[in-house]
Design a protein around this ligand. Structure first.
Ligand code: AMP
Length: 665
């Protein structure tokens, strides 16, 4: 178990990253060599003796039936962890804590959109989750059924997730910012028996009705859910479909103080499916197991997040993303902590709201995204020091590259260590981090840290699969088996799991993260962007193909290419270059503006505002190779004002100049 004594030494603090003072630098280097030992030792042990290491970690949770085998990789890459063990995520996140902390806060809910706030103790959370579980059961949900959750950030969303876990149903949460076409694709793939939703969400004071989007999605989808359970927040009127649509409040009354026993699942049985974007237009359902996920999260709460029972964690993400699953709902609750669930933006009612919440709820650990901090940078820096932040120990940032000025600004501003960490929807918990629960390894600005225990991470040559020496850029890959908690397959498509993730690097059977990276002499990894067509807008992962498909559905568009372009605030934004069918549609500047507006509305309506490109430019040709492949990297370079590099394969060299002209015009 972690030695907590060094946590209070100079390893945690702003001086970690001070490059200016040579004596400090020397001291930091000595500390680093010393400190590397504990992190490296644990990492090495987790790889040399995975069975022993993970069997110890498995003691962090309750098992109804003990597992017989820690690791079964006989059908690699379909790895199974804790084979034969039976457990339940909801039991471990909620029921298990009733004996010691029934009256302690479990879920703190704050909405600056509606002004509502409420704290649920573990006993109250247990009551609500039981009620929701009873409702789902009475609506016909049984073990193995899918329940799609399309919800704003309200407590009922967490109740629904935990209730599914309780009865062995597989939840699939779809981010509320997605619209009908995205939602319909997920409904068809997950085939839910029941959908749980609400009348509306609210963002920045603007009500976003969910019900019409949901109705349109169900119309578009081939699969029809039997029931739709609706929470009426009274934010927007709802038209109910008789028989199908059910009112949550009425059902909650009806089931009263119901008690629903936990359904014990074999460790490898699925807990949830979470869709994420890839290189094709069809999103992938990341399937997660039960036992491995519970163990991995429980270990990460200690080793990486330094969270203890009774602490309060505030992750300012959304339940629709993996951070919401792992570090709003399951992680903190598995650790017996209180989790703060926040509906609102970082700047409303003012730029101090996040820190006000830290003071008010005595938050100990915070998790956010670099974009949120860049948004705060535009606010008065006085907000950073207005509130009492003495309870706060660490600020974790993830989801996109953390640039040095942003890391420096927030670290200096709040006087707390900032911990960058790198991972993906697929892994469910950090791959690279400074693991402060193990030892106070100093951070290096620009790097999320070193490989986390359990991950046999390698930087490999994209052409040969050979390991790259320090300093040489390669693909960030993981030699199997993946540790517990990582995706077990693509929902309903084992072949796609193998083809997508395990065959991408020639000459090596390894999991590809689809990120470029480089390792330095000290073993720190630096992430250098995606190897595929996925872009990262404000920490949200989007597939350019999905956006292209949506834009192409506009009748005036003949062809389109979408690329991610650097943006000072959001990290990246999507930029679209489209060819129209009839040049007459864009004869004047006013025509172009009007058509651009129409195209953007199409994306809004189909995919949601989250996927809306920053601009749509109209061109006569797109840069392609002679074999017809889009030169996306060259397009991206031109859009960012960089040299497009080697263009020997380009078919029409004027196409790039056209992009430039269109952007300048
Ligand atoms: P998602 O699956 O939406 O969490 O997105 C995962 C992707 O976000 C990764 O593959 C990276 O491209 C990027 N990412 C996540 N965390 C970091 C980080 N700390 N630094 C750089 N890129 C990151």
């Amino acid at each position: 178990m972690a030695d907590s004594s060094p946590r209070t030494t100079a390893g945690i603090g702003r001086n970690d990253t001070d490059h200016r003072q040579p004596d400090r630098k020397l001291a930091a280097s000595k500390r680093r060599r010393h400190a590397m030992t504990a992190t490296r030792a644990l990492h090495a042990r987790s790889l040399s003796d995975p069975e022993g290491f993970w069997a110890e970690q498995a003691r962090r949770i309750d098992w109804e039936t003990p597992f017989e085998t820690v690791l079964d990789d006989s059908r690699a890459p379909f790895t199974r962890w804790f084979v034969g063990g039976r457990t339940n995520l909801c039991h471990n996140a909620v029921d298990r804590h009733l004996a010691a902390r029934a009256d302690q806060p479990a879920l703190i809910y704050v909405s600056t959109e509606t002004g509502q706030h409420r704290t649920y103790s573990y006993a109250e959370l247990h009551d609500e989750v039981n009620r929701m579980a009873a409702i789902l059961q009475q609506l016909g949900v049984v073990k193995g059924d899918r329940v799609l959750i399309y919800m704003p950030m309200i407590p009922e969303a967490a109740f629904a997730m935990l209730a599914c876990a309780r009865i062995g149903a597989i939840h699939s949460v779809v981010f509320g910012g997605f619209a009908s076409v995205s939602l319909a694709a997920r409904i068809d793939d997950a085939q839910p028996r029941v959908i749980v939703s609400a009348d509306a969400g609210s963002r920045g004071g603007k009500v976003v009705p969910y019900k019409p989007l949901l109705d349109e999605a169900v119309n578009l989808a081939a699969h029809k859910p039997e029931r739709v359970l609706l929470v009426d927040r009274q934010l927007a009127p709802m038209a109910l479909t008789a028989g199908r649509d059910q009112d949550y409040a009425a059902w909650r009354e009806r089931v009263g103080a119901a008690r629903v026993p936990c359904v014990w699942l074999e460790s490898s049985e699925p807990s949830y499916v979470l869709y994420t974007s890839g290189t094709t237009g069809k999103p992938k359902g990341v399937q997660r197991d039960t036992g491995g996920y519970a163990v991995a999260l429980a270990a990460s709460m200690d080793y990486i997040f330094c969270g203890k029972a009774g602490d309060t964690m505030f992750s300012s993400s959304d339940i629709g993303w993996v951070v919401g699953h792992s570090y709003i709902v399951y992680g903190p609750l598995l650790a017996g902590m209180a989790t703060l669930m926040y509906e609102g933006t970082p700047v409303r009612p003012d730029g101090g709201i996040l820190w006000q919440l830290v003071e008010q709820y005595r938050v100990n650990i915070m998790f956010s995204a670099p974009t949120a901090i860049r948004v705060l940078k535009k606010q008065d820096p006085a907000w950073l020091t207005r509130y009492d932040l003495s309870s706060l120990r660490l600020l974790f940032l993830a989801g996109e590259p953390l640039d040095e000025p942003t890391a420096d600004w927030i670290q200096q501003g709040i006087g707390k260590p900032v911990v960058d960490n790198y991972w993906q929807t697929e892994t469910g918990w950090p791959i690279i981090a400074i693991q402060r629960g193990i030892d106070p390894l100093p951070a290096k600005l620009g790097s999320p840290g070193v490989p986390v225990y359990g991950y046999d991470l390698k930087i490999v040559d994209e052409a040969t699969g050979a390991e790259c020496p320090p300093g040489q850029k390669g693909v960030v890959a993981i030699d199997g088996p993946l540790p517990p908690g990582c995706m077990s397959t693509v929902w309903g498509d084992d072949d796609r799991f193998v083809k997508t993730y395990w065959t991408g690097v020639p000459g090596r059977r390894c999991y590809s993260t689809f990120d470029w990276g480089v390792q330095d002499e000290d073993g720190y990894i630096f992430i250098l962007g995606r190897t595929d067509d996925v872009i990262n807008v404000a920490g949200h992962r989007l597939g350019t193909r999905e956006i292209e498909e949506s834009i192409s559905s506009h009748a005036a568009v003949a062809e389109v290419a979408v690329v991610g372009v650097h943006d000072a605030l959001k990290g990246q934004v999507a930029m679209a270059f489209a060819i129209v069918r009839d040049a007459g549609r864009i004869a004047t500047q006013a025509d172009r503006i009007a058509l651009e507006g129409e195209v953007l509305k199409t994306v809004d309506r189909q995919l949601g505002a989250v996927a809306r490109p920053a601009r749509v430019f109209f061109v006569n040709a797109l840069p392609k190779t002679r074999s017809g492949k889009l030169l996306r990297r060259a397009m991206q370079a031109v859009a960012e004002g960089r040299d497009p590099g080697d263009l020997t394969t380009i078919e029409d060299p004027t196409a790039l100049a056209q992009l430039q002209e269109a952007m300048q015009g």
